[in-house]
Design a binder for this molecule. Structure first.
Ligand SMILES: Cc1cc2nc3c(=O)[nH]c(=O)nc-3n(C[C@H](O)[C@H](O)[C@H](O)COP(=O)(O)OP(=O)(O)OC[C@H]3O[C@@H](n4cnc5c(N)ncnc54)[C@H](O)[C@@H]3O)c2cc1C
Length: 289
């Protein structure tokens, strides 16, 4: 068995220093993906850099500019915050679907994103909330829109020595809300056959003035689907608009066939989820008005 070095920096500077020149290093946040992959022999890092002891990576703030989320913040801590749940209900329901209470007591949204599974539940919800990823590396700081962060199954845009430091979600406009739905073959602890997130803004008459729609588990990465959003904007979310949005989402999907479902089935299901998520987001706005 290969020996593994372990570093537990307490500052970002120490973490980036530890990563420098260590081409076989892996960052450890909650470890709910990484440790499983190491056990299966999929990953064999020579160095593990545990980032959970860096205060700015495990903190969050909710203010006038929105939610600033340390990349390694334990999901359960965020989920426990009533104000965050009220502002971003869809993002919170996505995080609340990951694994179990035990998994959520360790895992992070940053880890979910960096692991880059096409079925990662939090990613469609981050996309519809216009999240921005803040990255630190040897060349300094940079920011990337979340929809550009994941580049393929298991792949992300991070370069050598780069760390995802934080994720920013702007504050939703008045009369806005979001929702996330996924379909899994079992009732618990499975990954999505298809997932859909919708964020909406309605005017006082109930007409949709802004929308974002993202789908997961039906393409190599989670996808923003502008055509689905356009089908909703300017409508009162009537049956025709919802059917058009569902059709646009199904058309954008390019799923694989595997033991969880055929490509054809996934395309159909993702449209149904978009329709239902839009109705949930609408109901949330109406309930708050
Ligand atoms: C039983 C079980 C059930 C699960 N169910 C679900 C589910 O329903 N839905 C779902 O989406 N996922 C699920 N997962 C997968 C996993 O729990 C999530 O992806 C989780 O959010 C990963 O977060 P983490 O902090 O544990 O990541 P880690 O395992 O610590 O890291 C994941 C990857 O990201 C890298 N990484 C982590 N943080 C950073 C950073 N800040 N900068 C750069 N790279 C970083 C790591 O090096 C690693 O490659 C499940 C896992 C288990 C074990």
């Amino acid at each position: 068995m290969q020996s593994v070095q372990y570093a537990a920096p307490t500052t970002l500077a120490q973490a980036t220093q530890a990563l420098q020149g260590a081409s076989d290093a892996k960052i450890l946040a909650g470890g709910t993906d990484l440790l499983v992959q190491m056990k299966l022999g999929i990953r064999e890092p020579g160095l593990i850099v545990d980032i959970k002891r860096i205060p700015e990576l495990t903190a969050f703030t909710l203010g006038e500019h929105g939610l600033h989320l340390g990349a390694a913040l334990t999901s359960a801590i965020l989920h426990d915050d009533a104000q965050v749940r009220a502002r971003y209900p869809g993002f919170m329901e996505a995080l609340g679907l990951i694994g179990s209470s035990q998994v959520q007591g360790r895992c992070s949204a940053g880890g979910n994103l960096c692991n880059a599974s096409p079925a990662a539940d939090s990613v469609p919800a981050l996309i519809v909330n216009r999240a921005v990823c803040n990255i630190l590396g040897p060349a300094g700081e940079r920011s990337v829109a979340v929809e550009a962060f994941t580049t393929g199954p298991g792949k992300n845009c991070l370069g050598s020595g780069e760390i995802l430091v934080s994720i920013d979600l702007p504050l939703p406009a008045p009369r806005s809300s979001d929702a996330y739905l996924r379909f899994i073959p079992r009732t618990e602890m499975d990954i999505a056959v298809a997932g859909a997130a919708v964020a909406l803004t309605l005017d006082a008459a109930g007409v949709c003035t802004a929308a974002r729609v993202a789908i997961g588990a039906v393409a190599p990465t989670a996808l923003l689907v502008p055509a689905a959003a356009e089908a909703l904007i300017g409508t009162a979310l009537d049956d025709t608009a919802l059917a058009n949005a569902a059709a646009a989402a199904s058309a954008a999907a390019s799923p694989i066939t595997d033991k969880r479902g055929t490509a054809e089935y996934r395309k159909k299901v993702v449209g149904v989820l978009v329709r239902r998520a839009a109705l949930i987001a609408k109901a949330r706005i109406e309930a708050d008005s």
